[in-house]
Design a protein around this ligand. Sequence first.
Ligand SMILES: [Zn+2]
Length: 267
Amino acid sequence: MTNIIVTNGDEAILQLQDWERQYGITAGMTSRQGGVSDAPYASLNVGLHVGDDDEKVIQNRAIVAKQLGFPLHKWVVGEQTHQTHMYKVQKKDAGKGAMTRETAISNTDGLYTNETRLLLVSLYADCVPIYYYDHVHKTVGIVHAGWRGTVDLIAKKMVEQWQGEGHDPNNIQIIIGPSIGACCYEVNERVTFHLEQKWLREVTVDNNDGTYMLDLRLLNKLLLIEAGIPERAITLSQLCTSCSNTPLFSHRKEQKTGRMMAYIGID
Ligand SMILES: [Zn+2]
């Protein structure tokens, strides 16, 4: 069962494991290996919205649940819409979105909680998972940041939400997980149009043909620093979902494909 979770020495994954040991939380990301789905979803697809057989997706989720020690009725899944709504998960939300899409927390790409025994789950095939942890308030969060959410500042939004509840950004630690890298993420002006000049220089390479290679992870890191998170408290993954040497789903590369999950919960 060791191939379900991405574990290959990536700094972000090692840091997630460190959080698990240090803080008594469960946090990580699944790979595409160790499940029951057939191509193009092979094999550990945990997304119900991509055209796979629902029963197989639930079987895959059950495999992950067993490995993590968080049963499905403790999972909470958001209906991701590439917007910037935040949702504070409470005990009454346990199980929402775990078995069907209909019960998912509607229209939210940012989930957080200070309750124990709830697993916050969001789904990925290239977008950037951002993990949040505040050891003073013992609060965990996960943000799903594609280009749209990133330029709409969803990474900062979680920090602001927590500040509104009395958190100090100096106590918040961040892990930015596996996602499409600047090596593979070509975008055009439809995307870069939204970037301020100061970011454009730092996070893109101009291909001089109207397209750019965009480093979404770095952009999110810079936005988090601007939101008051100390740079030393942010760990960045170097794993690219689209490069072929990693066992990950990539929407950009494969179009029709499965989804991995990023998860975080307090034990
Ligand atoms: Zn790549």
